[in-house]
Design a protein around this ligand. Structure first.
Ligand code: XMP
Length: 517
């Protein structure tokens, strides 16, 4: 793999994604990992990420010089660049002056590995306090900015490279080209990470893991569980049984997409449990968001457990014990819970999801090396229907947390109708890929006066919450075109009788969250 050494910034995962986009498999490892263990992974190249701290701060993570002497090509970025400079005898000045945001860099493409084939002035994105003032011996300085005289250096002999700015963010216009140049020209790596190859490898690995045991999978209708189930189906066919708990809190058409389209496309054996009434009963009288979430979670476990017991019972009576539970865990979750080292493994082999002790399964997590966009690509490769693969994030508790107030069947109908209109219009305007997601929220306990035809109305508001985001941790409200908003507003107030007002949520996250509850 290409190892991305995480110095504690949020950029490590982004770097790992960029490396994969350049066609090489990458893994994030913590900076605290001893160099011998990093080298034991036989990295084809190493990228040192940025980090929040100054190299001179107390407890600032340093880099063991041995990392640069192993003959493995290394690219240091931002903090990683400075730590590299310091480890190899360069000079890093603690200026105390922050350079933050977009700036212009002057680079020397001539004879350069990183900047080969690029223009000599490029926009780059910076975020640092300290600066490298003198490159270590053997390095050639190939980039500078107004505030930073040594902003890029290269040593082709030792295959060591560094950059003060962040090539992984889109605001650095040649960033991806720099990454590719490092991997291909610097490290001599050809692209091998292709969707087709990945899908085949995952299927093969799952087949080995499962052997002739039986497997169960909870299907939510979301991208992750659907692609995970489809992969396992490809690997072991009818040894897999999927359980779909329809909690009645999905959007219009989604249950059908799972029950009909997904089954048709993938051939999975699906057990559908219609628990709509049970969930509505559990939600009756509840208005507090946390209580609603807890009730939905509790009910979900109860229903899934019951269904799982039945699946286990049937399989066992046929002489096939169910040993595994499929989960759609993604790579970011793995990294965040310890990078697949130690703690994370212990957790994943233990009882999961609140299932009781007598329902013990080991986990099969076929997507645990993949990022979301890769999951989508694999899903397409193995024939998961497009509406499911392209689905934007949707919370597990569903529309239950998009009705502010008590959840009832009537209110769900109102919200479903409004939500469908929003989705139709966003798709018609080709805005689906421009936004991260667009929750549609019903303020069920709020009423306002309106006028329609000749009469006074006293209806509910619908809130539109379109956001753009990279990872849902932070988000900004999407500047949707006014004519699209106008069309949505007109259609909702005309077509959904109980709604007489449509409002737009213009709060970023933080301080707002994406969902209202
Ligand atoms: P918030 O509202 O916390 O949402 O800004 C961040 C992202 O997470 C989704 N979300 C959930 N997803 N179960 C989920 O699977 C949940 O309980 C849940 N709550 C929020 C939300 O849609 C957004 O993408």
């Amino acid at each position: 793999p290409v190892l991305v050494v995480d110095f504690g910034a949020q950029y490590a995962q982004l770097i790992a994604r960029r490396v994969r986009e350049a066609g090489r498999y990458s893994e994030v490892v913590p900076h605290s990992m001893p160099v011998e263990r990093m080298l034991a992974k036989e990295p084809a190249a190493i990228v040192l990420s940025g980090g929040p701290s100054s190299v001179y701060a107390d407890e600032a993570p340093s880099v063991d010089k041995a990392l640069f002497e192993a003959g493995v090509p290394v690219l240091g970025i931002c903090y990683g660049f400075q730590a590299m400079a310091l480890a190899l005898g360069g000079e890093v000045a603690h200026t105390g002056q922050r350079e933050y945001g977009g700036t212009m860099a002057r680079v020397q493409p001539e004879g350069s590995t990183l900047f080969y084939g690029q223009v000599d002035e490029q926009s780059v994105w910076m975020s640092h306090g300290d600066s490298v003032h003198a490159a270590p011996e053997g390095f050639r300085v190939t980039g500078e900015t107004v505030g930073t005289p040594v902003a890029a250096f290269e040593d082709d002999e030792r295959k060591l490279y560094g950059l003060q700015w962040h090539p992984e963010v889109v605001h650095s216009t040649f960033g991806q080209r720099v990454m590719e140049n490092f991997l291909v020209r610097g490290a001599g790596l050809e692209p091998t990470w292709t969707t087709e190859g990945v899908a085949e490898e995952l299927v093969e690995r799952v087949r080995e893991q499962i052997g002739d045991a039986h497997v169960i999978c909870g299907l939510s209708g979301g991208v992750d569980s659907s692609v995970a189930a489809a992969l396992v189906q490809k690997a072991v066919g009818d040894q897999l049984t999927c359980v779909f708990v329809d909690h009645g809190l999905l959007r219009a058409g989604e249950a059908e997409q799972v029950e009909r389209d997904f089954v048709e496309a993938t051939g999975v054996d699906l057990k559908v449990v219609d628990a709509t009434k049970q969930f509505l009963d559990a939600l009756a009288g509840l208005t507090d968001p946390e209580e609603k979430r807890k009730a939905i979670g509790r009910e979900f476990i109860r229903v899934f457990e019951q269904a799982a017991r039945e699946v286990v019972g049937e399989a066992e009576s046929d002489g096939h014990p169910v040993k595994f539970l499929v989960q759609g865990t993604l790579y970011p979750d793995v990294v965040e819970s310890g990078g697949g080292e130690g703690a994370a493994n212990i957790k994943s082999h233990h009882n999961v999801g609140g299932l009781p002790d007598d329902l013990q399964f080991s986990l099969i997590e076929p997507l645990r090396t993949l990022f979301k966009d890769e999951v989508r690509a694999v899903g397409r490769e193995i024939g998961v229907p497009e509406p499911i693969v392209a689905r934007q994030p949707f919370p597990g508790p569903g529309l239950g947390i998009r009705i502010v107030g008590e959840v009832t069947a009537e209110r769900l109908e109102i919200l479903r109708a409004a939500d469908l209109i929003v989705r139709e219009e966003l798709t018609a305007a080709e805005l689906d890929s421009a936004i991260w997601q667009c929750p549609v929220v019903l303020l069920a306990d709020v009423r306002s006066v309106g006028v329609q035809g000749d009469g006074r109305t006293y209806g509910h508001p619908i809130v539109l919450r379109p956001v753009s985001s990279e990872d849902a941790m932070t988000a900004d409200w999407s500047r949707l075109p006014y004519d699209v908003l106008a069309k949505i507003s007109t259609r909702i107030t005309n077509e959904v009788a109980e709604v007489n007002r449509v409002v737009l949520d213009i709060t970023s996250k933080p301080p707002g969250t994406i969902e209202w509850e």
